[in-house]
Design a protein. Structure first.
Length: 419
């Protein structure tokens, strides 16, 4: 019967099991190998997933502080080795693995993280050759982002001074290794990019293991290099070392010494280039002068330039001849115009009513002022007005003979009537 033995609550039982599990030394710190399933990264930054094999599975939790330190991005189906401790989630009565660190099984975590970030940035176009900028031919100031105490800075300064003793170098010291290195490198790069006169920046360090060079595989640094307004040359490690910074930079140098060779021009080479340019310029000027002299001599050999006075005299004779022809043509044209004007004036006089009246004809109007064209238009006793060449006569009709007519003289207006 229940009253004869102790009865536990669900919570008490769960706490007992939790205490047993979490006090087990084996379960406090262990490594578990399995395949990731149902990977989810919560907005809080915590990660939830399941590790499984062919026969069993276990729920896993990785809190934000540990998840942020993962050098790679876990994916569904990826086989990993996880380190953590076993705990009990009281609310659901489930035991789960609280993961503190994790790495891919079979492949190094850093190598996988490198390949994942490389593929991501390449898909975004950050490695596109079209966005690579050319280096300045003669930089005013060369910015250096590296450790102030490493071998890289010594190599950079030595090679740069040997090639161009007067070159201006500006160092922005930064950490090149460790967890704080990416932030330090980004800050130094951004500080140099704001300095007036800095035309190019070299960022790098000496050789080392993949772990030692890992700061140059940081995504934040890669994006800072891509966004830098000044061309950036990466010089990380040895010739065989490649980092994400190498792919994003405008130019990759295999070593810091090689970076100085690429960025700083040799003074002797510049002098040789100046001499060569000077020689080409002198040759071009001489060729131009020879061509202009040949053109001038060709013009000078023409007859017009050999005997210029003869040319002037010929021009004067031609001008005199044209003047005479112009005067004659103008006189003839004026005479033709005068004759035409006289002809038109005569025809105008012949057609003028005043001219007709002057030849003895008259204009007859009735009392209303209407023209009288026929005798039938009048009757005895009508008063009429007769307009003559000189003056006017008012009269009364004594008689009308509509049958009598006269032939109209040529040039007489049909409205005119004779006396």
């Amino acid at each position: 019967m229940p009253g004869e033995r102790p009865v536990l609550s669900v919570r008490a039982l769960t706490l007992y099991i939790k205490e047993q599990l979490e006090s087990d030394a084996l379960l406090e710190d262990l490594w578990v190998r399995g395949e990731i399933s149902n990977w989810k990264r919560h907005t809080s930054g915590h990660c939830y997933f399941t590790l499984k094999d062919e026969y069993a599975q276990i729920r896993c939790v990785m809190f934000r502080s540990q998840a942020m330190r993962l050098p790679f991005e876990p994916e569904h189906g990826m086989e990993v080795i996880a380190r953590g401790r076993i705990g009990v989630y009281e609310r659901d009565g489930l035991y789960q693995l609280y993961v503190q660190e994790m790495e891919p099984a079979g492949r190094g975590a850093l190598h996988l993280a490198f390949e994942q970030l490389k593929a991501k940035l390449q898909a975004e176009g950050l490695f596109d050759p079209a966005r690579k900028r050319p280096l300045p031919r003669l930089p005013r100031i060369v910015g250096l982002v590296t450790s102030p105490t490493g071998a890289a800075i010594r190599d950079l300064i030595t090679v740069a001074r040997r090639r161009f003793p007067n070159v201006n170098l500006l160092l922005a010291p930064a950490l090149v290794q460790g967890e704080e290195a990416p932030r330090s490198l980004i800050a130094a790069l951004q500080a140099l990019s704001r300095v007036p006169g800095v035309d190019v920046i070299i960022i790098g360090r000496g050789g080392g293991s993949m772990e030692e060079l890992w700061a140059f595989n940081d995504e934040g640094l890669a994006r800072a290099i891509a966004a830098c307004p000044v061309p950036v040359v990466s010089a990380v490690g040895h010739e065989t070392d490649f980092t994400i910074a190498d792919f994003v930079a405008d130019l990759r140098a295999p070593t810091p010494s090689a970076a100085a060779e690429l960025v700083v021009p040799a003074k002797s080479e510049l002098r040789a280039q100046i001499r060569s340019a000077e020689e080409r310029l002198v040759a071009a000027v001489r060729l131009h002068l020879r061509r202009q002299r040949a053109r001038l001599e060709a013009w000078a050999s023409r007859p017009v330039l050999r005997r210029p006075l003869d040319r002037v005299l010929q021009g004067r004779q031609r001008l005199d001849e044209l003047s005479r022809r112009l005067v004659a043509a103008a006189g003839a044209r004026v005479e033709r115009g005068r004759s035409r004007l006289a002809e038109l004036a005569g025809r105008l006089d012949a057609l003028s009513p005043l001219g007709v009246l002057a030849r003895g004809y008259a204009i007859v109007q009735d009392e209303a002022g209407r023209l009288v064209r026929a005798a039938a238009d009048l009757a005895p006793g009508d008063r009429i007005r007769v307009r003559l060449h000189r003056g006017r006569v008012d009269a009364r009709v004594e008689g009308v003979d509509p049958e009598e007519s006269l032939e109209r003289p040529a040039g007489l207006d049909p409205e005119m009537r004779g006396p």
